[in-house]
Write a protein that binds this ligand. Sequence first.
Ligand code: ATP
Length: 354
Amino acid sequence: MARITLERIGHRYGSAPYALEPFEMELRDGRSYALLGPSGCGKTTMLNIISGLLRPSEGRVLIDGRDVTAEPTAGRNIAQVFQFPVIYPFKSVFENLAFPLRCRGWPSARVTGRVEEIAALLGLQDRLGRPARGLTADAKQLISLGRGLVRDDVAALLMDEPLTVIDPQLKFQLRRKLKEISTRLGLTVVYVTHDQNEAMTFAHEVVVMSAGRVVQRGTPEDLFERPSTTYVGYFIGSPAMNLFDAALGQEELRIGGVAVPVPAGWLARAPSAAFQIGIRPEHLTLAEPGDPEAVPAELLGVQDHGSVRVLELRIGTAHARLKLDRDRPLPPQRTTVRLPVDKLRVFVDQALVA
Ligand code: ATP
């Protein structure tokens, strides 16, 4: 497949401010990337620059080292899947898949062989003779994907929120199928979504964006464990990372005015300026009786999330959330929690301190 290099790419629509501020990025061969961020942050702009639908106002796009900045989509060997399936409703599934090959003048026997191969990959082999219009939305989206993949020279697969119109029940299956197919074919995939769950479960690497900037790029684990900014800590994870204004006492850290015991070495490395502490709701735990590091907390409420419950707590004046497995008993209103020191993240001016 392909290595995609975005070299000092930036984009403005006309004289408007940057929709995408200049940045560098290399997308490695055979890996999948999710572009994740809220509406208007520049995901589609970046995707369209990679596909060739949009020419960037600055920088160059290279595919396997070849400069394709001025080339239209057709010259880039890129397959695309959009929010809404792109199919011919009155043609059969077979003819939908065959169409790009017929346009290229492939002989009939070769078309049949290739269409059958791709249909088997997509799990559509039993529906080849049926008209596409009668199929479910997820099957139509698979046809869109198949039309992109049926050529034998695909360099990369780009997907722009491909699960938007899919039933919640079918979303999980289709996402698994998309992942399975792209892995099997060793495709370089770029997948746009504003759904962090989709991004984290689909991609090898997630590119988190905000207001036209790439804020952090990393594996789902990196983003979860070491968010580079409070924005990423807050945006990734459900519920979001707890963020507390913190202060240093003589021999302890203070959160919401309450002492949190930490080792002397930790205190020695703590910043002297104002800072925030981040801890994931998954890492904040109820303390066992007699735990010397227990911190007093008050239970304010409980949200039921099915297999887990989210406890709303107050630690001094700070508000916190703690995730508790459903099979664990709820604590009393006056309780104690533990903040494992290895899970505390320190932020100064919203940026992670190493
Ligand atoms: P969404 O999730 O809503 O699709 P996005 O993250 O994909 O959003 P973009 O569509 O890339 O964001 O838009 C980035 C910025 O550029 C936004 O401020 C948007 O209004 C602006 N923009 C996008 N397309 C155009 C255009 N054709 N002309 C002018 N401005 C545009």
